[in-house]
Design a protein around this ligand. Sequence first.
Ligand code: JFZ
Length: 435
Amino acid sequence: MKQLFTLLVLLSTFYQSNAQTTAVNPSIKTSKAVLDDFMDQRFGMFIHWGPVTLRGTEIGWSRGTNVPVQDYDNLYKEFNPVLFNADTWVKTAKEAGMKYLTITSKHHDGFCLWPTKFSDYNIMNSPYKKDIVGELAKACKKYNVKFCVYFTVLDWHDPNYPIHLPDGKNADPKSDIHKFIATMKSQLQEIVTQYHPYMLWFDGNWESPWKNEYGADLYTFLKKLDPNVIINNRIGASQGGEHPKLTEGIIGDFATPEQKIGELNMKNPWETCMTICQQWAWKPNDNLKTLKECIQTLAKTSGGNGNLLFNVGPMADGRIEQRQINRLKEMGDWLAIYGESIYGTKGGPYKPNEIFATTRKNNKLYVHIFDGKSADVILPALEGVKVNQAYLLKGSKINYSQNTDGSIVLRLPEHLPNADDSVIVLELNTNAERI
Ligand code: JFZ
């Protein structure tokens, strides 16, 4: 009996201390005001870049698979992107209508794009010898684009990190995770204090050496450096390969569905990350998404109340491919007309589908029409909602009717102004955001 009691006491203290070490003090979590501001931005540029672009294979994952480790780890000695121009990249993002930019400061291969004092495996030891992260931070400030930094948790290159290859096997007995975490904190301290990122995008949290308590400790450390820095949900440990969904008690501020559009969620912030081609890092002749896919992805993401972090992989010489720049510019041209229905809106109340997605602001419901072939688009009834006016955004009136059950029938004109996404504005009798 006494033994059982001792066991229960032991178990309860174990669970308590576990809960204490993994939870983040709610008072330091990023405020709703800051996260609302982030979600108003809606569209950002993701950039995956590093010496691996000399091979055109995937960043991190091709180390020890498509490219032998010895070869991969020496690529930096040839990395000399003389045509890199931070202003040009940031202008490309700006002209695409992107409001923020996230650069891979360090990916799973361990190479650092800034002159860190805590690893020699960095840009200053390449022939290029310029601070890429710093130049981008400066250009973002100049063009009023919010500057954000990607940083991997796992580092297959660092001898102190237990795992050294993408297969996730064979923990190195000589490694030291606590030394590794100390390096990581020092590097992140450099990043936060030198470049003042608006947001930090963690990744590589799915391997066994990483624990939730490390994530909670790191979150707390970073919020002491900058109470307003936004942090994604890949800072805590992810179980079973699935990135943690953003529910109460999770570490991090927003969810990160990858290569797919997140589901409608009015409660928890989320951001889809997706590639403009197929690979994260540059690949010659990679499949470029059509303009229709690009625009509809952005509209469906906004319609689900999420952000889109759209990835480009620049080339080894420092340029973004012209065809990618052109595609981004086309998105910017669409946004120059239809941006009102994207930025600063809320998603819902309908779930985005193949025919339409909706966004809303004040008393306006924006209906993004993806399929102009049908004569009518029917929106299910919304309780107490009446349509006072319907018109094409920046265009003419639209005929509509409202059935006795409240459903709304929009009669599409024979020719819609935009084949990928024309926006119909419905002015409602009530605040659309409160539906
Ligand atoms: C991760 C990275 O590995 C990838 O290179 C890119 O940076 C992306 C934004 O994030 O994506 C993953 C994460 C996990 C797996 C594959 C890709 N996985 O567990 O197979």
